[in-house]
Design a protein around this ligand. Structure first.
Ligand code: SF4
Length: 349
């Protein structure tokens, strides 16, 4: 049992001391407000701190509390999220804020099970809120902590399986300081983000160095182990920039797919790089992009149809027409925003 190798009290003392001297300055640090901790953890689940901090500040300025978020329009919430990706996070935040406001009079649950039952909150976020806001002893295990723990024990159990995740959560739970679980969790996350990094761990500065089996074997970068390679799906999107009477054609993405709730140009998706449609004659290719998501690569082509012979029903989705001046109100997927913002004058001129 790894606990036999590591002196848990010494490890807790070491990491606590390190944290007091090295903790990152983050806007929500020191707060025990579950709303702020919830928003920060959801934003930073899939986003680097550097990129996410301006989003966090904007979000909290516009929606400083549960009631303001609960009363907001979904389009505005998504607009503030524009560019962060994984938009289900924003939709779930909004839905859960409404639920808490209406069904629980704005009161956050104060138990791990109650927090975990909220839509969009998994084990990790529930453990963060429970430990930081209510001092409850639950280990919060994100990608950084999986890495630290797997190295600490030089453990080859793959981290990308359900059983592997449960295994590392148990190890992290056994290390957790029950007296100060919030600080311990934040310390482990900071250690993984700043010291025990993926490619170049700074072992000489690490408070866990004397306990760490991977360091002892000089095999730090062999951990964590993954069992499989990601199989990336290829998709081909063709977007049409269509302007009639100074109005841009858009439609709202619906259904169980990426970017749900965001707006985009009329789209044809094809199985290969080319498309053919008798309704669109002589389309002029104006721009191409490759957009990588976790599980898919999307090859995107943008066209200005020279001659438009079909009506809006040609596209499967409902088309809306938006005056050019109102376009900034609509949340767009990141690649589309990039395409349009650089060329709006040229495209509408
Ligand atoms: S000693 Fe190195 S590998 Fe081990 S936990 Fe610290 S930084 Fe990570």
């Amino acid at each position: 049992m790894p606990g036999d190798i590591i002196s848990v009290p010494d490890l807790r003392a070491g990491i606590s001391k390190w944290y007091q001297m090295n903790k990152r300055t983050l806007p929500w640090r020191g707060s025990h407000d579950p709303y702020l901790i919830w928003i920060s953890e959801i934003i930073f689940q899939q986003t680097r701190i550097k990129q996410g901090i301006s989003y966090y500040r904007r979000f909290i300025t516009r929606f400083p509390d549960l009631s303001s978020l609960a009363r907001a329009d979904e389009r505005e919430v998504l607009k503030l999220w524009e560019g962060l990706g994984y938009y289900a996070r924003a939709r779930n935040l909004h839905e859960t804020a409404r639920y808490l406001w209406v069904q629980r009079r704005g009161k956050f649950p104060e138990t791990f099970a109650g927090i975990r039952a909220l839509k969009g909150i998994g084990d990790y976020t529930a453990a963060c809120i429970a430990s930081i806001c209510y001092g409850l002893p639950y280990a919060a295990v994100d990608g950084n902590v999986y890495r630290v723990v797997s190295r600490l024990y030089a453990d080859s159990t793959p981290i990308d399986t359900g059983a592997g995740k449960r295994h590392y959560r148990q190890l992290a739970q056994a290390l957790l300081d029950p007296v100060n679980p919030g600080d311990f969790n934040e310390a482990m996350m900071d250690l993984g983000a700043t010291c025990c990094t993926r490619a170049n761990p700074a072992c000489l500065l690490c408070p866990l160095q004397r306990f760490c089996l991977a360091h002892r074997n000089r095999s730090e970068i062999n951990f964590p182990v993954k069992s499989r390679k990601l199989n990336r799906k290829k998709r081909f999107f063709h977007y049409f920039f269509i302007l009639t009477d100074d109005q841009i054609w858009l439609h709202k993405r619906t259904g169980n797919d990426i970017w749900r709730g965001l707006y985009e140009l009329p789209l044809l998706e094809s199985a290969g790089p080319e498309f053919f449609s008798p309704a669109i004659r002589d389309p002029k290719l104006v721009y191409t992009q490759i957009h990588r998501l976790t599980h898919q690569d999307i090859r995107i082509r943008y066209y200005r149809p020279i001659e438009w012979t079909a009506d809006p029903d040609f596209f499967d989705d409902e088309i809306i027409r938006v005056p050019v001046a109102r376009l900034p109100e609509f949340p767009l997927p990141q690649p589309l925003k990039q395409f349009i913002s650089g060329r709006l004058a040229e495209l509408t001129g």
